[in-house]
Design a protein. Structure first.
Length: 268
């Protein structure tokens, strides 16, 4: 048992404009039900990532166990993929096995896409290697950007691409912290997945504009006051992935992600 971050993908493919609120469903392998956790601990909806055919399309998350089950948490982001729809300093507390309902809209044919980033203080069967910036900053030996040319992305599904897909220059048997990433072109949701994350996806948005995602996990850890920086051993790189989801299909090699890693002098 231990800490975990789990990014849940929900979507709805529409042939044309869809009015708000259009219900979204979890992708295969994911669920909108909060995972069961020890009631003496806490879990939080830490972030909501949203994309549609254009900016200005509404999004909503609701549940009878949140503030209300009428308008719940509703947004109309001015940029897609959306960025800070929830303040990292004030995440939404979740209840064990509650089922969230999520909604969106679109002004033209597209796949409406939403990522729910859930943080668990203590989740059965998972103990992700998550650390705070204070654990990392004094241990940095090198900073390394790792290019990952993403495999083909289908709508309404996750694509997992090995971090060795494009280059394989990490030093053997060393620990690396994932500080953030860069992406081009924009991809709705970007993150990492491997044994160090409990094989759950730890994700953020993939815009190319205003958000400084090169230090995304540092920022979330500092603002939330919770350990959010994934650390993995390079010997596991053949089973460590960049995860991606997008509202439109992308061919293999059509999008590039650069993971911003810090090689550490030791395990934190």
């Amino acid at each position: 048992m231990g800490r975990a971050i789990d990014t849940v993908l929900a979507f709805s493919t529409q042939a044309g404009a869809a009015a708000f609120p259009t219900a979204l469903a979890a992708t295969t392998g994911d669920t909108l039900q909060v995972r069961s956790f020890d009631r003496s601990k806490s879990a939080f909806l830490q972030s909501v990532i949203y994309s549609s055919n254009a900016a200005g399309q509404k999004a909503r998350v609701q549940s009878p166990l949140l503030h209300d089950n009428v308008t719940g948490l509703t947004w109309q982001p001015g940029e897609v993929p959306s960025q800070w729809m929830l303040p990292p300093e004030a995440a939404v507390e979740l209840r064990t096995i509650d089922t969230l309902s999520v909604f969106g809209q679109c002004g033209a044919a597209t796949t409406i896409t939403m990522g729910l980033v859930n943080y668990y203080e203590d989740l059965d069967g998972v103990n992700a290697n998550l650390f705070s910036w204070s654990d990392i900053r004094g241990l940095i030996r090198y900073v390394k950007s790792v290019e990952v040319s993403l495999s083909a992305i289908a709508v309404g599904a996750w694509t997992d691409t090995l971090i060795t897909n494009t280059e394989n220059q990490l030093h053997a048997d060393e620990y690396y912290a994932v500080l953030g990433y860069q992406v081009n072109p924009a991809v709705d949701i970007i993150g990492v997945k491997g044994s160090a994350t409990g094989n759950l996806r730890i994700c953020g948005p993939g815009p190319v504009s205003s958000l400084d995602i090169a230090e995304y996990f540092i920022t979330f850890s500092e603002k939330s006051k919770r350990p959010c920086i994934p650390v993995f051993n390079s010997n596991d790189r053949t089973a460590f992935f960049v995860s991606a989801a997008n509202h439109a299909a992308l061919g293999g090699g059509a999008a590039e992600v650069f993971l911003i890693l810090a090689q550490l002098t030791r395990r934190p």
